[in-house]
Design a protein around this ligand. Structure first.
Ligand code: SF4
Ligand code: SF4
Length: 213
């Protein structure tokens, strides 16, 4: 008898506690700013790809989730500055554990991670993302490769590459006062047409506003 009264007491007390249920997917909460979500292959400000097909990300991956095949650029058919580009690029999200080691290994800051986490699928094939899905969208002023280097010689592309030029899709550094205030990077990934209305924020190297003194 005493136990059942205790049980009802617990039920009664719980009725007045704050509800913890989240109404996902109708109410999608933003993630932590540096949440490791879907990868992004970034571009230079003229639209050329930052990936040089070096495969360092694939070698760094503990889950063997990345497959890269490099290709040779020619003056007539150029996808990235320099000699090589990522001709084939795949990430298998059935294997990926979102550890971020691949983005640490990338020497050109081509590969970063967004906050997007809605990746579930009932098809293993659909969980293999190719360059088509991973490449950052073209921002205004960018031109779809192949095309010649519009910014000058090769060195111009990689000056400050670890901090990403601001026009690059997926860049971490806030570029406008609005971006700086909201701590959001200037990126096509914030375009609702691209994200389906979700906030998608690249992670990895922290932007200036994210750094603590
Ligand atoms: S986040 Fe980790 S597991 Fe996923 S592709 Fe990168 S290195 Fe591999
Ligand atoms: S994403 Fe980076 S590490 Fe991976 S192949 Fe391209 S340039 Fe190399």
């Amino acid at each position: 008898m005493l136990d059942s009264v205790k049980g009802f007491g617990l039920t009664f007390a719980t009725m007045f506690r704050r509800v913890a249920t989240e109404q996902y997917p109708y109410d999608v909460k933003p993630t932590a700013p540096r949440y490791h979500g879907r990868h992004v292959l970034n571009r230079h400000p003229d639209g050329l790809e930052k990936c040089v097909g070096c495969e360092l990300c694939a070698w760094a991956c503990p889950a063997d989730a990345i497959y890269v095949e490099g290709g040779d650029n020619t003056e007539d058919r150029r996808f990235s500055p320099g000699e090589r580009y990522g001709a084939v690029y795949q990430i298998n999200y059935a294997r990926c554990i979102f550890c971020g080691l691949c983005i640490e290994a990338c020497p050109t800051r081509s590969l970063t991670m967004s906050n997007e986490y809605e990746l579930a699928s009932d098809s293993r094939q659909d969980l293999i993302f190719t360059k088509t899905e991973l490449l950052a969208p073209l921002l205004p002023g960018m031109e779809a490769p192949p095309h010649p280097m519009r910014l000058g010689d090769t060195e111009d592309y990689y000056v400050g590459a670890m901090r990403n030029p601001g026009a690059s899709a997926g860049a971490e550094t806030p570029q406008t006062s609005d971006d700086a205030e909201s701590n959001l990077p200037h990126s096509g990934l914030q375009d609702p047409a691209v994200t389906g209305g979700r906030q998608v924020q690249p992670t990895g190297e922290p932007g200036a506003a994210e750094r603590t003194p």
